[in-house]
Design a protein around this ligand. Structure first.
Ligand code: PMP
Ligand code: GLU
Length: 386
């Protein structure tokens, strides 16, 4: 009998990936499920990006590249980080890899057995399992309704112990679409500096912003040397299937993290990297169209949810999720299951994002306006029956 490692036995399958797989499967069997479950833009990858990949294939970009990525792409990422984010990045600070892998490599490089990594609660489903896989202990930091879904300095300060090594920040956030203000980011950065912690800043929803400003902690005074910034192409350019993203790290961290890249994936897909250059250097029109549509849908979602009495909704300023509180006395996993079975609508239970997510549902509005309106109508029907 095969024996399995505790680090794997102690994590669960990804609830978000599992729900998308289930929907794909049931749709394959001809069942019509409306989905507000998936965190994936419902727009095609812009044509100029696809064309760049086709050209790259024709031009022989079918082999290994340098481990941290092709020079051209690392230079484009460094330039973008400097210009748009105020991060003093050089191409030598950049590693190109799928965004999920950049996070995983960072945890592998920074965490030891017994170390603690602070993660927002509610927070994206994969932070805690990745910290566990790296042999360390994920420590949730409550960042719920009462704090506008942004970790407060007080809560973070309370969670810090002598074993704390890093804190994950995610603005705009998954699952609530919250955006940290400059003052909040500065407060968290000061705390990290005081306690000698690394900040791992997940900025994958950076461009999907409706109000406020995006603040990269690595751009704040004195913070570049203690921050790993991760970002990617999945959301901004609707490129989830390309598996392409990047991290920016100060040289000492870069040197450790790049070894993990060399011994795991070697490098990101060669022709996808050429497409990444086209994405960063090309026209921004498609992004603007997408964000305008997401903003309009956010307003539709808020308008429709307002009609439901037993539900209270935060107003997201970014990403494409809303995270309403649902007061029906049923656990969110059970509620999501009932909504799926009785109304053929898929949503993600709040508990998937941590204990503080219980009592909520996550609705992704990366779906057509018709799907959104019809799904919320059906959800209201189910809630009325409880
Ligand atoms: N971080 C957050 C907050 C996410 O929602 C996602 C969604 N997939 C990722 C990282 C991972 O991105 P990717 O699929 O591009 O690896
Ligand atoms: N991040 C998306 C989500 O939260 C995609 C799935 C995943 O990677 O978790 O739905």
């Amino acid at each position: 009998m095969a024996r399995f490692a505790k680090r794997v036995r102690s994590i669960e399958p990804s609830p978000t990936v599992r729900i998308s797989d289930l929907i794909a499967e049931s749709q394959g069997q001809g069942q019509k499920i409306l989905s507000l479950a998936i965190g994936e833009p419902d727009f095609p990858t812009p044509a100029h990006i696809v064309d760049a990949a086709k050209k790259a294939l024709d031009n022989g970009y079918t082999k290994y590249t340098a481990a941290p990525g092709i020079r051209e792409l690392r230079a484009a990422i460094a330039e973008k980080s400097q210009k748009e984010n105020g991060i003093p990045a050089k191409p030598e600070n950049v590693i190109v890899a799928p965004t999920k892998h950049t996070l995983f490599m960072t945890f592998m490089a920074l965490l030891e057995s017994g170390d603690e990594g602070l993660i927002p609660d509610p927070g994206w489903v994969s932070y805690a399992p990745m910290v566990t896989l790296a042999g360390a202990k994920p420590v949730p930091v409550r960042a719920a309704d009462e704090d506008g879904f942004v970790p407060s300095t007080e809560t973070v300060a309370d969670a810090i112990t002598p074993r704390t090594r890093l804190i994950v920040l995610n603005s705009p956030s998954n699952p609530a679409g919250s955006v940290y203000t400059r003052a909040q980011m500065r407060g968290l950065a000061d705390l990290a500096a005081d306690h000698d912690l690394t900040i791992v800043s997940d900025e994958i929803y950076e461009q999907i912003l409706y109000e406020g400003e995006h603040v990269s902690p690595a751009s704040l005074d004195g913070m570049f040397d203690r921050t790993v910034t991760v970002n990617g192409f999945s959301k901004t350019y609707s490129m989830t299937g390309w598996r392409l993203g990047w991290l920016v790290a100060p040289t000492p961290m870069y040197k450790q993290i790049v070894k993990v890249q060399e011994h795991t994936i070697t490098c990101a897909t060669a022709f996808a990297q050429k497409a990444g250059v086209a994405a960063l250097r090309g026209p921004t029109g498609p992004l603007k169209v997408m964000v305008d549509e997401f903003r309009a849908r956010r307003d539709i979602v808020l308008r429709e949810l307002k009609k439901i009495d037993r539900l209270a909704t935060n107003r997201p300023s970014g990403a494409f999720y809303v995270f309403p509180r649902v007061d029906v006395g049923v656990k969110s996993a059970l509620l999501a299951e009932r909504i799926l079975k009785e109304a053929n609508v898929a949503v993600t239970p709040g508990s998937a994002f941590g204990d503080a997510g219980e009592g909520h549902l996550r609705l992704s509005y990366a779906a057509s306006r018709e799907t959104i309106v019809e799904s919320i109508r059906r959800i209201a029907d189910v809630l009325q029956r409880i």
